[in-house]
Write a protein that binds this ligand. Sequence first.
Ligand SMILES: Nc1nc2c(ncn2[C@@H]2O[C@H](COP(=O)(O)OP(=O)(O)OP(=O)(O)O)[C@@H](O)[C@H]2O)c(=O)[nH]1
Ligand SMILES: [Mg+2]
Length: 467
Amino acid sequence: MKFLLHPSLQAIPRRLPRSRRVNLVFRLSALILLLSVLEAFYHSQVSLSIPRPAEHHNLDEPFSIGCQDVSKLVTRPRESAVLVMLARNSELKEARKTVENVEERFNKWFNYPVLFLNNEPWSEEFVRGMKEVVSGEVRFEVIPEGIWGPTAGLTEEVVGEYLRKQKEEGVYKGEIEGYHHMCRFYSGEFYNLDALKEYKYYWRLEPGVSYGCSLTYDPFVMMADRGKKYGYTVALWEEPNTCPSLFRTVDEFRTQNNIPMHPNWKAMIDEETNWLLKPAPIRWLLGKVLRREHYDIKGEKWNLCHYWSNFEIADLDFFRGEQYQKLFRHLDKTGGFYRERWGDAPIHSLAVHLLLGAKEMHHFSDVGYYHEPFWQCPQNAKGKQLLDNEMIGKAPKGMSEEQEGGHGCRCECGLGKKGDWRRRNNRGICLEKLQRPAAYVRPSWWDLRRRRWPYSVGFDEEGRYVM
Ligand SMILES: Nc1nc2c(ncn2[C@@H]2O[C@H](COP(=O)(O)OP(=O)(O)OP(=O)(O)O)[C@@H](O)[C@H]2O)c(=O)[nH]1
Ligand SMILES: [Mg+2]
């Protein structure tokens, strides 16, 4: 070290008395520490902050508050849309339950076609069973060869090794090969199916889910009218060990394609945890040197929030468009659908937050939706239940109470009094984070500080976690 310094510089510290040298080192360290804290503060509170919409109002409002007079709406032309369900022959009972429920709560008025997809030929029993319950056209398609299966270039041995490792590590459904195929399929290949070419919008259904409210308007027409491309209900955290490198890989695509850190993308970044400990050199260390899980190369961390894709109403043109398909290919070629267990839900969510503006997304806060073990069930809108409207039918017995600020139409959430807090419009932690770019009205700093999300799913009113 001695030889690396210029002789005149080597002389300076030695000329100082020891106490002055200690003092100098102390002051320099304090200065570096202060600058680091200031930089970390600026980075988290300014660079990553999400401005309120310039329009001075929320960019996403409910499509409907309470029930509408369906008889007036059904006379309008339909959109080019389809309800789609991927299912197995063995899921007839659960699939029927879902479709009967959707018919009762929506489709008996609007008669949209229902398309069933399977990677195997449909059994006669399934076809017969579903034909009995669909009010509109019903189609049964088998996914063509080559679409359902592993990423090109991955051998059976490699995939087998990946699955074995995931089993050992306890990755949720990581050992089920078909589940990986399903996630990859729904992430990209789904959108290019010939069977979907004629449609612009889809509504994704799953066997065994339930819809707790009536939908007395046409969501596809509303999506088109308001320029919406992605609609969701529940938002939650992804299982961390299913996707350690997903965020890095999506961010890599972002930088390669010169997509800036716009507000909708920033909503995906974990902006609040330990900001004090993350000045630029630490971020560099975490992102570039250590390549930590869920970090991008610059050291930003994903908050793991995503929308639950088992419910989606979305624009097929967006997903089959050049940008999304390019992103899917970028992800696919890394092998991450098998090396890890990337789900289609986080991929759709990261993609829409990357490629769409906040205005183009819609929270169906009026839709009552349950998929084990989470749900959103809105409070019924006060005075807007059209209880004497014959076309909507009789009010269900277990209807939840009407309340000021409620959005729902004839919702019944099927819970007793104990679970009453759940009968609210879902506005949990991830929803609050992901909706920030669209939200002019936001929960107060104090509410967030006290972990009080007024309409949360997963937390009770005191902020305690409840399953
Ligand atoms: N045809 C077919 N459908 C599948 C297969 N695996 C999953 N699916 C369908 O894909 C959808 C999602 O699968 P689920 O097992 O419900 O996955 P999930 O919702 O992520 O997980 P859960 O929380 O366990 O419900 C459902 O519509 C299933 O019927 C498969 O191997 N073949
Ligand atoms: Mg499911």
